[in-house]
Design a protein around this ligand. Structure first.
Ligand SMILES: Nc1ncnc2c1ncn2[C@@H]1O[C@H](COP(=O)(O)OP(=O)(O)OP(=O)(O)O)[C@@H](O)[C@H]1O
Ligand SMILES: [Mg+2]
Length: 463
């Protein structure tokens, strides 16, 4: 993409309404525009990041054996009356009446709808285990929408639902989700800690939230700092292996990590004092095992191998896809702007032409653009007639992890400059060497699982 042809409405002024860095930076970098309270349009660069995050979520869900589908945003109130949640859910539910006077609602979550699909089509243990998921817009009429996309009213969420024959099988589904979520967040360059949590209106016996540590987080969290050293890295996981998934879950849930809702001072006191930490966290996902809470009242039963009819065991599992855009920025920015992790960056590399209109500089930039594109990369070329300072400020603000700077002076000695956004360090090298280096950074290889795409089945190849 050439910046002169793109739509990147960067703001010079810091918007007064934004209280936290991610909201400020998303507005300033032209990623979103508020449509009304807690409802946003995703401008091209914001949309690109949202879709990259979505693609990682899809890839890791599919890798874990979960099946993508799509349910509607508008739901009938009748299903929610069956589960008893129509009245329980309260003011956060946006209720709508259609022209025939039928009660509808904009879905805040989908347990009822999926259970209805399940009971219509599945009746035997032979069809289990089954995990279905979708990524769809949700609406919750939050009393105080704030922090931009972090607490919106309309937001994009992955929600998945497992159906299993018994408790043990459902606990395996829970463990599988935890492992796949850990991989998902790692690929986004995030450290998200699973913390024992409270189940809230979803209900259920077991639940963990995944929290990204950040001063601006809305949750208070308490943890043993030893958990920060854990990583999945490029460990291969067999998602069908119950013992393997359970062992990974054990490893990640053994160090103390709880939100304020479940925090227990007495247990926390047993953690060595130097490792006892408390801070703020952003909830980016949550998993639940809730047994037969929905299948019982809604009659989602299966026949087991003895011919007995039993309510199916279920869990639900959510990832805040749109919230993650903000959470990643909260975790990765500096005073000049965003610093995208390679796994979710909207463009792989920026190209800055210091002297637009200079035939040699223009030709060198065009050559770099072509070479990067041929390597399957997606560069953003700042080809505007602007001062160098303004171009650098824009690149720093939008946070592409790598930048190649081209100027007539360097070209005389055959070099361009490759700059790392995170460290600020620059290195001079030939244009060919710069292209090769950037290509190597994004190439799938062992030891770099964070942005390793799944072979050949990448969801949005056009991204
Ligand atoms: N209003 C919102 N705006 C953006 N993302 C949200 C919002 N509410 C929930 N999410 C995201 O969806 C995920 C799954 O939904 P879940 O039902 O667990 O939310 P929740 O626990 O009610 O969230 P919160 O406690 O932050 O209100 C959350 O972990 C979060 O990342
Ligand atoms: Mg939650």
């Amino acid at each position: 993409m050439r910046l002169s042809r793109y739509f990147l409405p960067v703001l010079k002024e810091t918007p007064a309404e934004a209280q936290i860095a991610s909201h400020r930076l998303m507005l300033r970098a032209g990623m979103i525009k508020q449509a009304s309270a807690g409802i946003y349009s995703w401008l091209p660069m914001g949309f690109k990041v949202l879709k990259k995050i979505e693609a990682i979520v899809h890839e890791e869900q599919i890798r874990a054996g979960h099946i993508p589908m799509l349910m509607p945003t508008l739901q009938s109130a009748d299903l929610w009356r069956e589960s008893g949640r129509y009245d329980d859910y309260g003011e956060e539910m946006l209720r709508i009446t259609d022209r025939h006077g039928r009660d509808m609602l904009y879905g805040p979550t989908n347990e009822e709808l999926i259970t209805d699909i399940f009971r219509a089509h599945v009746g035997s243990y032979k069809d289990l285990p089954l995990t279905l998921y979708h990524i769809q817009w949700k609406f919750r009429d939050e009393i105080r929408p704030r922090f931009g996309v972090m607490r919106g009213r309309e937001f994009y969420m992955k929600d998945g639902y497992n159906f299993d024959i018994d408790r043990d099988a459902a606990i395996h589904a829970y463990n599988r989700h935890m492992v796949s979520y850990l991989r998902t967040y790692e690929r986004m360059g995030l450290k998200a800690i699973p913390m024992r949590a409270d189940s809230g209106p979803i209900g259920g016996e077991d639940t963990h939230e995944f929290l990204v540590l950040a001063d601006t987080g809305e949750s208070e969290v308490f943890y043993d700092s030893a958990i920060l050293d854990l990583t999945l890295g490029d460990r291969q996981v067999n998602y069908d292996d119950r013992a393997e998934c359970a062992a990974i879950v054990k490893e990640w849930t053994t160090p103390y990590a709880r939100t304020d809702e479940t925090h227990d001072e007495a247990i926390f006191a047993q953690v060595p004092e130097a490792r006892r930490k408390s801070s703020r966290g952003i909830e980016v996902g949550q998993i639940f095992y809730f047994g037969t809470k929905y299948s019982d009242p809604m009659g989602a039963v299966v026949t087991n191998d003895k011919g007995e009819r039993l309510p199916v065991h279920m869990g639900s599992h959510g990832i805040g896809v749109s919230r993650l855009v903000g959470a990643i920025i909260e975790a990765s920015h500096d005073e000049n702007g965003i610093i995208w992790p390679e796994g979710v960056t909207p463009f792989h590399c920026g190209i800055v032409n210091l002297k637009q209109g200079d035939p040699e500089a223009d030709a060198a930039c065009a050559g770099l653009y072509k070479a990067l594109t041929e390597k399957g990369l997606d560069p953003l070329y700042d080809d505007r007639e602007e001062r160098a300072g303004a171009k650098f400020a824009t690149m720093d603000l939008i946070g592409l992890p790598w930048r190649i700077t081209v100027g007539p002076r360097g070209l005389k000695s055959g070099v361009v400059e490759l700059t790392c956004r995170r460290t600020g360090t620059s290195e001079e090298m030939s244009p060919e060497a710069a292209v090769a280096r950037v290509a190597r950074i994004y190439a799938p290889h062992h030891g770099a699982p964070h942005w390793e795409p799944m072979a050949k089945s990448s969801f949005h190849t056009w991204l």
